[in-house]
Write a protein that binds this ligand. Structure first.
Ligand code: HEC
Length: 101
């Protein structure tokens, strides 16, 4: 009987640890903006990313924001904070960035 209770406690604790770990992971996934994935999924629907890569290192965040907003006016589907995050990461990227590989 004692053994069963002990076993139960271990199982419950184990599940709790796994559950918290899983929640933490989802949270950080949400926070970490994946520049490469966004470019691949949202920017390459109309043109090759070579167009983007040709401009890397030449634009600051404000100019990238303007570019992305122009893409939205062409029909790109971007959330407001997605535009901000992408503008930041494109401004920080150089020609040989992960995005262009
Ligand atoms: C709905 C179609 C569409 C989508 C989606 C799209 N673009 Fe474009 N893009 C265009 C068109 C059309 C042009 C050429 C006309 C122009 O430059 O406005 C272009 C040209 C460009 C250029 C070259 C012109 C310049 O300003 O140097 C860049 C850079 C660019 N796009 C970046 C992006 C980025 C970054 C994304 C993703 C957020 C994206 N595009 C998504 C349609 C699109």
């Amino acid at each position: 009987m004692k053994k069963t209770i002990l076993l139960l406690i271990i199982i419950v604790l184990g599940t709790a640890v796994v559950a918290t770990g899983a929640t933490k992971k989802t949270n950080s996934d949400k926070k970490k903006f994946n520049c490469v994935a966004v470019v691949n999924n949202k920017c390459e629907t109309c043109h090759y990313k070579s167009r983007i890569c040709a401009q890397l290192g030449r634009r600051n965040r404000r100019k990238w924001r303007t570019t992305i907003k122009r893409m939205v006016s062409h029909g790109a589907i971007m959330e407001k904070d997605e535009i901000e995050a992408l503008a930041r990461c494109l401004a920080a990227s150089r020609k040989n960035a992960d995005i262009c590989r």
